[in-house]
Write a protein that binds this ligand. Structure first.
Ligand SMILES: Cc1cc2nc3c(=O)[nH]c(=O)nc-3n(C[C@H](O)[C@H](O)[C@H](O)COP(=O)(O)OP(=O)(O)OC[C@H]3O[C@@H](n4cnc5c(N)ncnc54)[C@H](O)[C@@H]3O)c2cc1C
Length: 471
């Protein structure tokens, strides 16, 4: 029998549920192999930085397997055609479950194919603490509000759920590995990922650095983008170079005995938001194509490419929005507060369909994760579950004054404004011509005037939402 381990969003050799079962399942007369499938069809949607990060994760994984005497076989193509190429009868493919509707559909096709070859696909739960199909309300329906979901999470949480799975590679013999000529010549060019680097070593380093210091200031600091105080673990959690159990466990370990429990609990809460959005995506798969609250599919969004392009480029004339978009464009990552501000600006100030913003983020984020991206966009657009109500619209100027008071974050990403003092940094168009000269930025020439007037734009959006509610 041939046993195949299929790495997907679990690019690590420790605490990996399916991998642990795979290793235990290998008998002395079995052949086995480790594979990863690069599907160019999905890669089309990925930004360059995300691909670079993923490649670094794969190289690290491959090196770690090599150290143990094994190989990572990387195949190019659609997964069904790859299995068609490598499967003989009597094989078992092991993998961790994925919960996005399109992944479920793919796995179901692969499972049917394997059955037709007298083979089998075995899937294990790994990427969330609670499987999205396992935690329901008392009436048996899925949660749609975060707080009761979180309360249930804490009620059901126990040590077993967070226990790391042990892997003993000594049980398997490298000589029994099935050899395939690798489909992919695997070369990685070095590229600057602005502080991110793929792979398990880097993931563990970030987790322990954050737990040593940042986590005890998380609640107080997390909303200030210039403080750079969040864990920046999102790409690692997404690609599984660190497991969610390892993140929760590290946080709970720190919690015991810490005098700063509420700071740490806020971080734990964020990890639960991620679980919540997986729960939503799995139980309400229509969110893939439209609003969680279907009534909002009737919103008559404005279709204005010129305004959309200015938002993408970070040239809206709203410094805080522009700084966020430029951070995304240059680093492939954006601080959470900025994701909310820029998403709210696109949907409420420009009244442009959140699907366009979701897609733009998807094409540029290193940490793109369907559930969290979709959840975050629908929260900001007020079309989602437990979302910001449509009538509570962020004022970008107040957000800017509150969370980037002195303008340090803005100045870092919008260098045209580098000499502008805090008094004008949030609204540089309010400077007189003399001040503009003094601070080396001519509005309308070096930096744009605001592309909309916030108050008018807000009223316009509200009127559109009210129409839906028959007001
Ligand atoms: C419009 C929008 C789009 C988003 N798109 C993504 C995305 O594609 N991928 C992604 O991982 N997150 C996304 N988020 C959530 C959040 O912004 C990022 O997870 C966070 O900024 C990552 O930084 P960090 O790792 O330093 O997070 P930390 O603040 O250190 O949080 C730790 C971890 O908790 C999870 N987390 C934190 N906040 C959230 C949240 N609001 N929702 C779900 N999970 C959360 C992430 O896994 C994160 O790595 C989005 C939020 C919004 C508003």
């Amino acid at each position: 029998m041939v046993k195949i381990f299929w790495f997907r969003k679990d690019l690590r050799l420790d605490d990996n549920r399916a991998l642990s079962e795979f290793i235990k399942g290998i008998k002395s007369d079995d052949k086995f192999l480790f594979i990863y499938i690069k599907n160019n069809n999905s890669f089309r949607f990925f930004g360059e930085k995300r691909i670079q990060f993923l490649n670094e994760c794969l190289l690290d994984l491959k090196n770690k397997l090599n150290e143990k005497g094994f190989n990572l076989h990387i195949f190019n193509g659609n997964s069904l055609s790859v299995f068609n190429q490598i499967i003989d009868a009597d094989s078992i493919v092991y993998a961790n479950k994925q919960y996005e509707p399109y992944c479920i559909e793919r796995d179901s096709k692969i499972s049917d194919f394997l059955i037709s070859k007298s083979s089998e696909l075995k899937l294990y739960a790994d990427s969330t603490v609670f499987e999205p199909n396992k935690m329901f309300k008392a009436d048996g329906t899925p949660y749609t509000i975060f707080t009761p979901f979180k309360n249930k999470f804490f009620t059901l949480l126990n040590d077993t759920l967070l226990r790391e799975s042990k892997l003993n590679f000594k049980n398997i013999n490298p000589l029994a590995e099935q050899k395939f000529k690798e489909a992919l010549n695997f070369e990685i060019k070095s590229a600057d990922l602005s502080g991110f680097s793929g792979g398990r070593t880097s993931a563990l380093k970030s987790l322990s650095a954050f737990c040593r210091k940042g986590i005890e200031e998380y609640n107080s600091q997390r909303d200030y983008p210039s403080a750079d105080s969040t864990s920046k673990l999102s790409p690692h959690i997404h690609f599984g170079t660190v497991s969610v159990r390892e993140c929760f466990s590290a946080a709970f370990k720190k919690l015991n005995g810490s005098g700063k429990k509420s700071e740490i609990l806020t971080w734990i809460n964020e990890l639960i938001w991620r679980e919540f959005y997986y729960h939503i995506t799995f139980n309400f798969p229509h969110v893939i194509n439209g609003s969680f609250k279907k009534v909002y599919d009737k919103l008559n969004w404005t279709d204005n490419d010129a305004l959309f392009n200015k938002w993408c480029e970070g040239k809206t004339g709203f410094p805080i929005v522009d700084a966020g978009m430029r951070q995304l464009n240059t680093e492939g990552w954006m601080h959470n507060r900025l994701r909310m501000i820029t998403a709210m600006f696109l949907t409420k100030d420009l009244f442009i369909n959140w699907k366009k913003g979701e897609k733009y983020f998807a094409g540029n984020l290193i940490d793109l994760d369907f559930a969290s991206n979709n959840g975050g966009w629908q929260w900001s657009a007020s079309t989602g579950c437990d979302a910001q109500p449509y009538f509570r619209i962020f004022n970008p100027y107040l957000q800017s004054e509150k969370f980037d008071k002195y303008g340090d974050y803005i100045r870092k990403y919008v260098p045209e404004l580098k000499d502008v003092p805090p008094k004008y940094i949030h609204k540089p168009d309010e400077m007189t011509a003399d001040l503009q000269k003094k601070y080396s930025v001519i509005i309308g020439k070096d930096y744009p005037y605001p592309i909309v007037e916030h108050k008018t734009a807000k009223e316009f959006s509200l009127s559109k939402f009210k129409l839906i509610h028959g007001k």
